[in-house]
Design a protein around this ligand. Structure first.
Ligand code: 13P
Ligand code: SF4
Length: 304
């Protein structure tokens, strides 16, 4: 059944000129039919290099918006209109205006997990894989980092010469992981290395052997001689790593670390979007797109 749907998708996507992008948190049946898979950073820029008329993002809304910002002439589709990132919607534009007034001499750095509307008021955008590098490359010292206070405080520790102000925002999935979860997992697997995403709370990140983005964690495993790992990020990464390295053992830090929004898209949804029966085409005014693109262009410049 899965194989039949996958076969139909593979043939229809050619006929209808679709390129399928899938975030690593999607299920393996979707990753298998995607043209490109990756973390937020890889996906945000990938569509610029492809010729297809249609781009289908299997992920959450801000990811489809970032594709549209960089590729205005393509039709960009979000697989499930309800798939949003709760963190991206924690701060509204009026609250950000007030924050800018409160911190007039700070540069506003936005995590890519923000709406396109919010990006119009930000100076620089970062992803989890590029935040440390970009912020260290910035000439400015005073930074207002939105919305993830955990990623903000992780960057502050890596780049101590900057003054980073954070707000009360973050990923509900990653910040649900606790230091007690780490103590229990380490007691159960004493020889395992502990790898964590910087969206987790500082008390958890401090206990890690390595902290990094989705791709960073997967690259770390590829290079490590260790045979056992405790994974402190969304549990699909545990599944992908186990498939990629069957000779190693991967343990989720908590069985509850699952992003419900990332799991909304099913393989049959992908087929329905390509058939024109489902999904949402992402549209925004050209004024908003151009203004939102400025902080993303700066991300690309500073990330070089
Ligand atoms: P990355 O893909 O940049 O690691 O971010 C993880 C995440 O939570 C995406 O929403
Ligand atoms: Fe947003 Fe967290 Fe889900 Fe990523 S894992 S989409 S940051 S809620």
């Amino acid at each position: 059944m899965i194989a039949d749907v996958q076969k139909e998708i593979l043939s229809l996507k050619k006929e209808k000129d679709f390129c399928i992008l899938a975030h690593c948190y999607q299920t393996p049946d979707i990753l298998e039919i995607a043209d490109f898979t990756g973390d937020s950073f890889a996906l945000s820029t990938k569509a610029m290099d492809v010729e297809n008329k249609n781009i289908l993002m299997c992920g959450v809304r801000f990811m489809a918006e970032t594709v549209k910002i960089f590729s205005p002439d393509k039709k960009v589709w979000l697989s499930k209109p309800d798939a949003g990132c709760p963190m991206a919607e924690q701060l509204d534009i009026d609250s950000l205006r007030k924050l800018r007034e409160q911190y007039p001499d700070h540069v506003v750095v936005a995590y890519v997990n923000t709406t396109a509307e919010l990006k119009t008021l930000c100076d620089v955008c970062v992803t989890s894989s590029s935040a440390v590098q970009i912020i260290s490359n910035m000439p400015e010292k005073k930074i207002l980092f939105i919305p993830d206070c955990n990623l903000g405080s992780y960057v502050q520790k890596q780049v101590p010469d900057k003054e980073i102000v954070t707000i009360n925002g973050g990923c509900p999935v990653h910040s649900s992981l606790t230091a007690e979860d780490v103590r229990k997992a380490k007691a159960a697997h004493p020889t395992a290395q502990f790898l964590v995403h910087p969206e987790c709370i500082p008390a958890v990140v401090e206990m890690a052997d390595y902290a990094g983005s989705t791709t960073g964690i997967m690259d770390y495993v590829a290079k490590s001689d260790c045979r056992e790992f405790i994974i402190g990020t969304e549990n699909s990464i545990v599944q992908h790593l186990q498939l990629a390295y069957p000779e190693k053992m991967f343990y989720p830090l908590s069985k509850h670390c699952v992003c419900p929004d990332m799991k909304l898209t099913s393989l049959t949804d992908v087929l329905s979007v390509i058939k024109g029966h489902a999904g949402e085409e992402i549209n925004m005014s050209e004024e908003m797109r151009i203004q939102a693109k400025k902080c993303m262009d700066r991300m690309l410049e500073l990330g070089k």
